[in-house]
Design a protein around this ligand. Sequence first.
Ligand code: GRF
Length: 194
Amino acid sequence: MVSGGGTNLQAVLDASTAGKLPHTEIVVVVADKADAYALERAKSVGIAAVALPKKSFPSKADFEAALIAELKSRGAELIVLAGFLTILSPAFIREYPDRILNIHPALLPAFGGGGFYGLHVHRAVLDAGEEYTGATVHYVTEVVDGGEIIAQKKVKVLKTDDEHSLQLRVMQEAEWIIYPEAIEKVCKKISEEK
Ligand code: GRF
């Protein structure tokens, strides 16, 4: 599920095309905005791309019911949040226990939770004078950024970094590498449990 540019989605699509995700099948990409560029990335490789604009639903509960209906109709067994900006309700999360993954652009539990999203995370890392930052793949629970950690990768903070350069390096050196690997690891586990 996506909201924006979808560079993490692209990393997953590329890994899939390269045959690196043998236990993973991408059945649908769903966006909460009609103009999310990530949808174009999915379409360009023939993957179903569905926009469910949050604003077009009378309530969050209606929006989430539509999401669940879409995911169930596609047979999705794992939900991967890749820059999905809606915070899912506890009721939604309870529908998919241990079946929702997220990637966060910091070394959780540091720089996570409410308010830590996008460039704010990298600004906070720079302000704290950290020597290292990185990315974390984790299960989604009702605690924002608080679920069990699946994978982490460190990235060195450079003296010359601003939040934009740091965001890009965290993506290139950590997010785009660990997310496809972690998704495959979880899909392999799900297939072995069947
Ligand atoms: C990434 O920084 C990711 O860590 C965060 O949202 C951003 C999504 O970027 N959860 P993109 O849409 O994958 O390019």
